[in-house]
Write a protein that binds this ligand. Structure first.
Ligand SMILES: C[S@@+](CC[C@H](N)C(=O)[O-])C[C@H]1O[C@@H](n2cnc3c(N)ncnc32)[C@H](O)[C@@H]1O
Length: 439
């Protein structure tokens, strides 16, 4: 392949460069806004340890319109980072500067994963780096292009793309299934919807045994009539289970602890229960409020620390969807393995314990508590349930409550979902759920 011709740098003498108001109003659009935005996203996650969603929201206006395409590229890099680096490694004599490394990763992902035509993939990556590195990027990516996707097939991708500490923890917890879990993390998750009672699933949706309506990955929720009509919200099939296990009924007093952005609050409010949603973060509480408004559902909103909240009344049911490492959501959030550290787990487990103990104090006699985390780490799930909660007794989940997921029930009646479950239908997030009753 011929080296791609370098296009001229943006010309400062363009006619609108002479109009100071135009220059002030909008910075010049980068030459390759999609890849520039993808580079900004990768730098934010890998160098500054910021979340991918937050980085997407911070894209400059000139690049924001390329959001979806940039997200697709950055997510592909984050999902397969270890494999892409393993392909690049033998082609580099020394470590390039971080921005050049990200450009190489973007180019390699486009060549090996995203089916971008080789000339375009190489030329766009060359455009991202300062001139002195153009030759290096060009030469390395031409060699990657020559190898083609076969370069990935020879690697132990499941291991390379999973941080060692997560691999060890999942191997200890799930044995050989760790490979299937890692494989499930390679592909974007489908769009899962929860629907208001009486709403028909959108055209083309698959109805899962637990009630979730599923559409293919990449479907834009904002383009669905059911979303516009305030009848549907995005919620992974596994994330929809904890609220169902509470079996709320009209008039029941329910506390939803750690509630934002409100997927579970919406489910509970839609049953006709009297819901109090407690959330510590003011911005996230704002999103919860907007979501309920859109769905025309009602709940009392309380901004408070749920580990200390004491409203002076007791509830028939409490849902604690506790903050956690979110390692069960890597399909939807491929930045998670790059942001979390082993030391986060005991810290989060300690917070979950304090939340659980306060949640137990909020229950009326005979009341139900469902504890849930979207984590694959046993310390944030099984170990919490095993340790027990003062004043509560186990209330095992019964197989008939979780159709199609009987295999995910433990002998204790806890539910453990994993991304490799229902693999043929597109998997589900990894969640742990346990139910208790006030003695
Ligand atoms: C897993 S998310 C909850 C998702 C939510 N239940 C839903 O279904 O949309 C955890 C939430 O807990 C909140 N949070 C963390 N610590 C908290 C605390 N001590 N008290 C109340 N909320 C807390 C976080 O801000 C975050 O919104």
């Amino acid at each position: 392949m011929k080296p791609p011709a370098r296009r001229p740098r943006p010309d400062a003498a363009r006619p609108d460069a002479f109009r100071p108001d135009a220059a002030r109003a909008a910075p010049p659009r980068p030459r390759n806004p999609t890849r520039s935005a993808a580079l900004a996203l990768l730098n934010a996650v890998l160098l500054r340890h910021r979340g991918l969603e937050e980085a997407l929201d911070s894209l400059p206006p000139a690049e924001a319109r390329d959001r979806a395409a940039a997200h697709r590229i950055a997510a592909a890099v984050l999902r397969r980072l270890g494999s892409l680096d393993a392909v690049l490694e033998p082609l580099l004599r020394r470590e390039p500067p971080p921005e050049v490394r990200q450009a190489l990763r973007i180019g390699a992902a486009e060549l090996l994963l995203l089916e971008t035509p080789p000339h375009a993939a190489v030329a766009s990556a060359v455009d991202l780096v300062p001139r002195p590195f153009a030759g290096l990027v060009n030469a390395v990516l031409r060699r990657v292009a020559a190898q083609g996707p076969a370069a990935l097939e020879e690697l132990d991708g499941e291991r390379l793309d999973t941080p060692g500490w997560l691999w060890s923890a999942w191997h200890a917890a799930y044995g050989p299934a760790v490979r299937a879990i890692a494989r499930a993390h390679r592909v974007p998750a489908p769009l899962d919807l929860s629907l208001l009672p009486g709403t028909a699933p959108p055209a083309g949706a698959e109805r899962l045994p637990t009630g979730t309506a599923r559409l293919p990955a990449g479907t834009r929720i904002t383009e669905l009539p059911e979303f516009a009509a305030g009848q549907a919200w995005a919620q992974d099939a596994a994330a929809a289970l904890p609220a169902r296990l509470l079996a709320a009924v009209p008039g029941m007093a329910v506390a939803d602890l750690c509630a934002a952005p409100g997927g579970k609050t919406a489910q509970l409010a839609a049953t006709g229960a009297r819901v109090v949603a407690v959330e510590r973060d003011g911005n996230r509480m704002g999103r919860l409020r907007e979501n309920l408004l859109r769905l025309k559902l009602e709940a009392e909103l309380v901004q408070a620390d749920a580990a200390a909240w004491n409203p002076g009344t007791r509830f028939d049911a409490v849902l604690l969807d506790a903050p956690c490492s979110a390692t069960g959501t890597i399909r939807r959030h491929p930045d998670v393995p790059h942001l979390k550290r082993p030391g986060d787990i005991p810290t989060l487990a300690g917070l979950q314990r304090r939340l659980l103990e306060n949640a137990a104090r909020l229950l009326a006699p005979g009341g139900r508590l469902v504890f849930a985390t979207c984590s694959l780490q046993r310390e944030e799930g099984e170990a919490q349930a095993m340790a027990g909660i003062p004043g509560l007794v186990p209330d095992p989940v019964r197989p008939e409550e979780v159709p199609g997921l009987e295999a995910a029930l433990s002998p204790e009646g806890w539910l453990r979902t994993r991304p490799d479950l229902w693999a043929e239908q597109g998997g589900m997030d990894g969640f742990f759920m346990a139910r208790f009753r006030a003695a």
